[in-house]
Design a protein around this ligand. Structure first.
Ligand SMILES: CC(C)(COP(=O)(O)OP(=O)(O)OC[C@H]1O[C@@H](n2cnc3c(N)ncnc32)[C@H](O)[C@@H]1OP(=O)(O)O)[C@@H](O)C(=O)NCCC(=O)NCCS
Length: 272
């Protein structure tokens, strides 16, 4: 299925053929049709996340792995103690707020700055009013009037096994650490039902020990995996290869782009 962002960046998503129909050329035909569709819309950049088994197939179709790296699926079990670690130089001016208090157009702008995906319609009232979604932002000052005021932000969604975290964008490692930690604490508080904050409801899994928070960590940021590991997260053994047609990535996800230093976990590129 093709997704076309407002800035003519394309994404190939949900590429699945029913098991009993596989190996008969349907996948090939489907993929060719998707590429033609993008071509007819003058799409300038096309990306996808490949499972390891399909990487060479996509390479045969002209896709090249991002030089920045892979997406690593990691998780954290809420029954483990949170390792708060040490903050060498805590900035006491930082304020943690509910993401709903950040103007949504700033989130859309920040997302675009980090990914090159223009998805203004996603980051709005409809998304954040969902009962399965909560988010946090770390501000450098009193309020958020421009993207530079936001030191970090993240979104967490409720899933049957617990929660799914992402994106995580941050200006620096300490802000990233604080926003991820705060999200873990918030999710845990909801599970244990001890938090008085009601931005989300309890997930569906009965046994609190069975809850996990999962995220797709952006290995293109050299500090991302290490940061999550230090907070007690571990790899689940699944990686995705981010690939770009003819090797042409969005500038934000190319060498020197903001994704290199500011993106720690992704939000499904397929959505938006
Ligand atoms: C990937 C998928 C959509 C391909 O559909 P399909 O109808 O079986 O594929 P086709 O018969 O048209 O073959 C398409 C190409 O995929 C390759 N391929 C298919 N299954 C493969 C496998 N299990 N491992 C490696 N290559 C495979 C074929 O060699 C072929 O390559 P070629 O045309 O360059 O020679 C299908 O296998 C599927 O739904 N898989 C599960 C979901 C999935 O992994 N999706 C991809 C996410 S990135």
């Amino acid at each position: 299925m093709p997704t076309l962002y407002d800035n003519l960046t394309g994404w190939v998503t949900l590429f699945v053929v029913q098991p009993k129909c596989q190996g008969k050329g349907y996948g090939s035909a489907l993929f060719e049709a998707v590429l033609q569709e993008f071509k007819s819309k003058n799409t300038s950049i096309i990306g996808l996340d490949a499972v390891v088994e399909q990487k060479t197939t996509y390479e045969r179709r002209g896709f090249v792995e991002s030089p920045l790296g892979k997406l690593r699926c990691m998780s954290w079990n809420t029954s483990t103690n949170i390792d708060h670690g040490t903050s060498h130089d805590p900035d006491t001016n930082l304020r943690l707020i509910d993401i709903k208090d950040v103007p949504y157009h700033l989130l859309a702008e920040s997302d675009l700055d980090h990914t090159g995906f223009k998805r203004n319609r996603l980051w709005g009232e409809k998304f954040f009013s969902r009962s399965d979604v909560f988010g946090l932002a770390l501000l450098g000052g009193e309020g958020a009037t421009k993207t530079a005021d936001i030191r970090a932000w993240t979104v967490v969604r409720e899933v049957p096994q617990g929660y799914r975290l992402g994106p995580v964008y941050a200006t620096d490692q300490e802000s990233a650490r604080r926003i991820v930690l705060a999200s873990m604490e918030h999710a845990m508080g909801r599970i244990e039902n001890t938090s008085t904050n009601s931005v989300i409801s309890c997930p569906r899994v009965e046994d609190p020990r069975a809850h996990t928070i999962t995220a797709e960590i952006w290995d293109g940021n050299p500090h991302a995996v290490e940061l999550f590991e230090k907070l007690g997260w571990s790899s689940v053994g699944v990686d995705y290869h981010r690939m770009w047609f003819k090797g042409k990535a969005t500038p934000q996800q190319d060498k020197g782009g903001l994704a290199h230093s500011g993106m720690y976990a992704i939000f499904d590129a397929a959505i938006g």
